[in-house]
Design a protein around this ligand. Structure first.
Ligand code: BG6
Length: 586
């Protein structure tokens, strides 16, 4: 995936671009810039050194530019249309059909495709805004683009169709639009996070959202709190979750926009198999409860690295879903292929990486639309996986007649409440930092939960191991009495995910044994539980039922993060781990 950065200002914006590259310090090593150069539009390519050095650009009066930063060199400099420049990122699922419709090769880049589509509409007499709206109606997938037309030199248009984009005001009348929350927070004084479907005009004057009927709305642009600079990608990605989830909620809460071909198959599905590893495996485990409860389907969850040695027998009505943030994890690719060899009839890739290997092997692709995830730890991509699996589960429930209309509406309503609940959970960071102060030096930790919150506990323990290097183990709380309780004493704290639901009383009973053995208890709960000696409670937001695992996951991400910070660990690149590289898009 690429990072997009666009600048427009009365003064030369190249030095600002150079500053951006230092802030991003991204491992993407190819920078393509389309820029104004005196009265010309030129395109330049730079191969970046690692670690990123300050780039010295040729002297120019460049008052607008659109740059993309990616892992792979873009195809040789394309012929630029002198009046219209488009730089795009994402995956367009009907790319080939659209390319044929505008008579360009199907191997054309997404930027070239959108440019050709806009030009086709412009040539038929449409204004740029009309062309953008028409083009947006045709594009399906997960796309964002920024465009500039010479006739309106003082403006640019940013379009968000799934892939996150932010618009910001900098000092000196500079306006920036980019895909990185870290960058915008550091560079801009005021920021607007674009919603999916937004068309925003920025440049001279106040940035405005342009509605499809041409009406302009000046953007609400809250000031950035500069004292809250983001020291690590992991924190940035944890904090981005209200926005990344809001993008998905918008896409799916009103009228399901699951790919049509997949929607057509849902009614005939009789079983679900989920394949994944690491954090994606925990998402699969949480979702297995949803597929049972909301869709009434039997579910198997396979750990990718184990699955290839199993003699699985998918039947003709099975839906196999391979889940992988990167779409490149070798174990998950092998597990999917194993299921296909064994006859899996319908396969889905759920990934954050359009164009990844996994997406080339399946019948259907579901994207998590979370933007590039730089930290090795999966955070925003994981909660997006959870949300997409929830959408799939209740869509299956609806298609199979398991859910009533009212239940489907309630499921959608719950989605609408999610981004706010996640934002409220992030507000608990002070309490969680206090816990981290008490926990980060412990030798061993238990994390427990029941039902959907048992895999959440697994994910929490996994994160505590992965970034905080703590020996944390997860158990279903009902299992404590069947062995693990022998290890509990004043040296072994127990972290508890305790949503106030049907399992809450059982969990409180399970905890009596922990206190009886002098184990210290740290409870995350929306219930009215008091902190007393030996029991510390952090009050979680209320109002979610099925989606509650997502906010508990976020709370545990923060706990692992702050424990890692206090231990002085390398947060974004934990020892012995590397993030699977995502194949860059054409
Ligand atoms: C591991 C990472 O190597 O891969 C985990 O340490 C990650 O954080 C796991 O969850 C699976 O990755 P993916 O890309 O297949 O979801």
């Amino acid at each position: 995936m690429s990072e997009l950065i666009a600048y427009i200002a009365p003064q030369n914006v190249l030095p600002a671009l150079s500053d951006c590259l230092l802030i991003l310090n991204s491992s993407n090593s190819h920078l393509n810039v389309v820029q104004s150069d005196e009265n010309e539009v030129v395109q330049r390519h730079y191969a970046l050194q690692m670690p990123v050095q300050r780039l010295v650009f040729p002297p120019a009066h460049c008052h607008w530019l659109i740059a993309s930063l990616s892992h792979e060199a873009q195809p040789a400099v394309r012929t630029l249309h002198p009046h219209l420049v488009v730089v795009a990122d994402g995956l367009c699922s009907n790319h080939a059909d659209l390319a044929r419709s505008v008579d360009i090769g199907i191997a054309s880049s997404l930027s070239e495709l959108i440019e050709a589509m806009l030009l086709a509409h412009l040539n038929r007499g449409a204004s740029l805004l009309e062309a953008i709206n028409l083009c947006n109606e045709q594009l399906t997938g997960d796309v964002s683009y920024i465009c500039h037309q010479q006739e309106q030199a003082q403006y640019m248009f940013a379009v968000c169709l799934g892939r996150p984009l932010f618009v910001g005001l900098e000092s000196g009348l500079r306006q920036i639009c980019c895909s990185s929350l870290r960058l915008i927070r550091q560079r801009a004084n005021q920021v607007y996070a674009m919603n999916s479907g937004d068309v925003v005009r920025f440049g001279l004057g106040a940035p405005a959202r342009i509605l499809s009927n041409g009406t302009e709305q000046i953007l609400p642009m809250p000031a950035v709190n500069k004292s809250q600079s983001i020291p690590h990608y992991m924190l940035e990605e944890i904090e981005a979750q209200p926005e990344t989830l809001a993008i998905l909620v918008q896409k799916y809460a009103a009228g399901f926009s699951l790919p049509l071909a997949l929607r057509g198959k849902l009614a005939g599905i009789r079983a679900v198999t989920l394949l994944a590893c690491g954090s994606s495996y925990h998402a699969a485990l949480v979702a297995s409860y949803w597929f049972e409860t909301l869709a009434g389907l039997p579910v198997q969850v396979g750990l990718s690295s184990e699955y290839t040695d199993r003699d699985c027998q998918p039947d003709a009505y099975d839906l196999v879903i391979a889940i992988s943030q990167s779409g490149e994890t070798a174990d998950t690719i092998a597990a999917l292929q194993h299921s296909q060899i064994k006859g899996a009839p319908r396969t889905v890739a759920l990934t954050n990486s359009p164009g990844s290997t996994l997406t080339t092997l399946v019948d259907h692709i579901l994207l998590t639309h979370s933007g590039a995830e730089q930290s090795v730890s999966a955070t925003k991509s994981l909660t997006a996986q959870l949300l997409m699996l929830y959408v799939l589960a209740f869509s299956l429930g609806e298609a199979r007649g398991k859910l009533t209309k009212e239940q489907v509406v309630a499921a959608q309503q719950e989605m609408l409440a999610l981004p706010t609940a996640v934002a409220e959970t992030l507000q608990l960071n002070k309490d969680i930092r206090r816990w981290a102060g008490l926990l980060h030096r412990k030798k061993n930790l238990f994390v427990i939960g029941r039902n959907t919150h048992y895999p959440v506990a697994m994910e929490g323990a996994f994160k505590l191991r992965e970034v905080a290097y703590l020996h944390a183990v997860a158990f279903p709380s009902g299992e404590l009495k069947h062995g693990p309780i022998t290890l509990v004493n004043e040296e072994l704290p127990v972290i508890v995910c305790l949503p106030w639901n049907l399992q809450a009383q059982k969990m409180l009973d399970d905890l009596k044994a922990v206190r009886a053995n002098r184990g210290e208890i740290f409870i995350l709960s929306n219930g009215n539980i008091a902190s007393v000696e030996g029991t510390s409670v952090v009050r979680m937001p209320s109002g979610l039922t099925h989606l509650s695992p997502i906010i508990y996951t976020v709370a545990l991400q923060m706990l692992a993060y702050y424990c890692a910070v206090l231990s002085g660990n390398d947060i974004d690149a934990p020892r012995n781990l590397a993030k699977t590289k995502t194949a860059a898009l054409a």
